[in-house]
Design a protein around this ligand. Structure first.
Ligand code: R5P
Length: 327
């Protein structure tokens, strides 16, 4: 390898949608590259309009936009930004989507239903993205829905590093509990990273009604500190059931670690009342201040900005991303 840095593309240019402005600013700070100016206007008829303040011709452009609430507005902003950049002759466009919406619609598990995650991937591609980056998509196979290359990143190491550094020594006989079997494999890796045993919750539908579920705990939580893990908290329904179950089974302190803080509607009101010592998550989705305030000191949101910033830098310089994770 020559020590000349081979620059195939022009400068790094960052564009942020309105879905994750704080995260975009943190990524910009990490890279020491200010976000580029753009207007995003919503007309009275709800149509969106984008205008870039400066040319991106020949540049290496990253569009940062999480697609949590308001999902469709954020998704359309992302698509329109990408198309605008394409039409302005950007050399390469990367969609940086820390949280990718519709991840739970990843297969036809009943007749006459869509696979919307595939549709979202197609739309990002058709809009003009050359590459994408995302963090812990709900299902691994979503990678295969894209024809363009992507960096599919894992953020669980942020949570496990935090636990090892700040909590591990004070935990009494800790055990990691995966909230459902869908997250079992990730849960097992999580447990290995903080050196604890693992337990699982198995959920079974007992009637054809969303609320009629039977939960079984596989593993030991009695008189142990419990770290419940999942990829996301949406309504908080699954986590509330899980907390109640481990409590019934004799858990001591309960911690919850999850990647994406969707926290729809009144989810936070539900979480406030749970006997949970700490909620540990990331800023892949912006948590509105009023919601964060309700959880107060019990909420820790670790930033994914250094991770995304570093991966953007490496993608720009054509360097390995795997070696970041010793792969
Ligand atoms: C389910 O498959 C996921 O892993 C989460 O358990 C789920 O999305 C959480 O949703 P809610 O908070 O609405 O129960």
């Amino acid at each position: 390898m020559s020590h000349h840095e081979m620059k195939v593309y022009g400068e790094i240019k960052l564009y942020a949608g309105t879905g994750s402005p704080e995260l975009a600013q943190k990524i910009a700070d990490y890279l020491d590259v200010p976000p580029c100016g753009r207007d995003i206007v919503e007309f009275p008829n709800e149509n969106l309009f984008v205008k870039l303040h400066s040319s991106v011709r020949g540049q290496d452009v990253y569009v940062i936009q999480s697609t949590a609430s308001p999902v469709h507005r954020n998704l359309m902003e992302l698509l329109i930004l990408i198309q605008t950049l394409r039409l302005d002759s950007a050399a390469r466009i990367t969609a940086v989507v820390p949280y990718l919406c519709y991840g739970r619609s990843d297969k036809k598990d009943q007749p006459r239903v869509p696979i919307t995650a595939r549709l979202v991937a197609d739309m990002i591609e058709v809009a003009g993205a050359d590459r994408y980056m995302t963090i812990d998509p709900h299902a691994g196979q979503i990678q295969g829905f894209f024809n363009i290359p992507g960096d599919v990143l894992k953020a669980s190491y942020l949570l496990t590093n935090y636990i090892n550094k700040n909590l591990r020594a004070t935990l009494k006989d800790p055990v990691v509990v995966s909230v459902d079997l869908g997250y079992a494999k990730s849960g097992r890796n999580f447990a290995a990273m903080i050196d604890t045993p693992i337990a699982f919750i198995e959920k079974r539908r007992v009637a054809n009604d969303a609320n009629a579920e039977a939960l079984t705990l596989i593993g030991e939580v009695h008189d142990r500190d419990v770290v419940l893990v999942d990829d996301e908290i949406d309504t908080g329904g699954s986590i509330s059931q899980a907390v109640n179950l481990v409590k019934q089974e004799g858990a001591r302190r309960i911690y919850i670690a999850f990647i994406h803080a969707i926290l729809s509607g009144s989810a936070v009101k539900r979480l406030v009342d749970l006997p949970v010592t700490e909620y540990i998550t990331t800023d892949s989705v912006m948590i509105p201040k009023e919601k964060a305030a309700l959880l107060g000191q019990r909420l820790t949101a670790l930033s994914v900005a250094p991770l995304l910033g570093e991966v953007i830098r490496r993608a720009h310089e054509g360097r390995s991303v795997g070696e970041l994770f010793n792969e």
